[in-house]
Ligand binder design. Structure first.
Ligand code: RB5
Length: 149
């Protein structure tokens, strides 16, 4: 397990996730080396791809190792992020699903449905995600088959 203190992560959200984003950034500020905030930072209605793509690009360039993505259902932001070849965003609404997204899918972004979680539930999901390693083995073979050639 890599020390999270050495890890730069990114976070992106639409208007449905702004409050949760700031809660998580406050709770996690001493956990990671840096949390790069890709916005949005207001509650004004916006389009999740405008914030998801910069996070996806940062992951692909290696500027962020992993990330957190938030929208109302987590569907729009996950669908967008998963267009990036270097991204595996796992929609997670319980800690165990987040743990399995890491262990089995080597997910590098945890996607949270802000409209269906309390702040505390979301924090538990994020902690489960970042405290789990990829298991490799048979899952490595499956993950290697995901990309469209
Ligand atoms: C915004 O109203 C909502 O559509 C968005 O946050 C997300 O749930 C889309 O998938």
């Amino acid at each position: 397990m890599k020390d999270l203190k050495d890890m730069v992560i990114g976070i992106a959200n639409d208007h449905a996730g702004t409050e949760l984003k700031f809660y998580l950034m406050e709770q996690l500020k001493s956990v990671f080396k840096e949390i790069k905030n890709f916005g949005t930072d207001t509650n004004d209605s916006c389009d999740y791809p405008d914030f998801a793509h910069p996070l996806g690009e940062a992951i692909e360039k290696g500027e962020c190792e992993m990330g957190i993505a938030i929208c109302g259902t987590a569907n729009g932001i996950s669908i967008t992020l998963n267009k990036h070849q270097g991204v595996r965003a796992g929609l997670s609404w319980r800690p165990e699903i987040a743990r399995l997204a890491r262990a089995h899918n080597n997910a590098n972004i945890v996607s949270l449905p802000a409209r269906f979680l309390s702040n505390e539930e979301a924090l538990d999901i994020v902690k489960a995600f970042f405290s789990t390693d990829f298991e490799g083995g048979r899952h490595e073979r499956r993950v290697e088959k995901i990309a469209v050639k």
